[in-house]
Design a protein around this ligand. Structure first.
Ligand SMILES: [Zn+2]
Ligand SMILES: [Zn+2]
Length: 233
């Protein structure tokens, strides 16, 4: 009854282009759904960098094995999923957390059977959180946790300081920029965790965050994101 009323007031809409959908059950309209670009099956087995590599390991993971067990995303950071992420992050659409979380839980079902434990959000910078008025990372973590039957405790990963925006920095600069940017509380000790972010780019942030969780005693960290940028091609 309440759901029917809410659907009447806020009819289900495509999360990328906002076109009203004929019914619930899909996050995207038909044309956006067709335009979705899934990650190719040939990719690095550790970080999902697309491509064919010796021993299925990309040059970046070979040169410096990441602290996390595995990183994966269902989509390439292009087209409709990139638009949906942008609307969610920058255009004041916190209500997209639920459909994005449900979408990710469905797409990542296989990944999540190996990656057990609570969902930990990669936290925003505090000043950006204040600008944006809602903690989009924690909202998405909560939605993914709900859709996959697990928990998303808040505060299990904190930024120790604000880092510069990563856009436009070289890879070495990115790594140095985030190296000591995170801290995790004693609650993570002994736990396997799923670290959640929206987009995986070079992995510098995910590496730094996973290192902080492992340093605080977490036994395993898997990284899940909505989308993956192609960075080696
Ligand atoms: Zn659409
Ligand atoms: Zn890799």
């Amino acid at each position: 009854m309440l759901t029917a009323l809410l659907d009447l007031l806020y009819p289900p809409a495509c999360i990328a282009c906002a076109r009203v959908l004929s019914g619930p059950g899909s996050a995207f309209c038909e044309s956006c759904d067709t335009a979705l670009e899934r990650l190719p099956p040939a990719c690095c087995r550790t970080c999902a960098e697309p491509g064919t590599f010796p021993a299925d390991t990309c040059p970046r993971c070979r040169a410096a094995p990441p602290p996390f067990t595995r990183a994966w995303a269902p989509f390439a950071h292009e087209g409709p999923i990139a638009r949906a992420i942008h609307r969610f992050k920058y255009e004041d659409h916190p209500e997209l957390a639920a459909p994005l979380g449900a979408l990710l839980a469905g797409e990542a079902r296989r990944f999540l059977t190996d990656a057990t434990g609570p969902v930990v959000a990669l936290p925003l910078h505090t000043h950006r959180f204040r600008q944006r008025q809602y903690d989009q990372a924690q909202l998405l973590a909560g939605a993914l946790a709900k859709a996959s039957g697990r928990e998303a405790p808040a505060g299990w990963l904190e930024r120790t300081r604000d880092t510069r925006r990563q856009v436009g920095l070289s890879e070495a600069e990115r790594a140095a920029n985030v190296a000591t940017a995170f801290r995790a509380p004693p609650e993570v000790a002994g736990r396997s965790l799923v670290l959640l972010d929206d987009v995986f780019t070079t992995g510098a942030t995910a590496r730094a965050a996973a290192s902080a969780l492992l340093a605080a005693g977490a036994v395993r960290v898997d990284v899940l994101t909505l989308a993956r940028a192609f960075t080696l091609t």
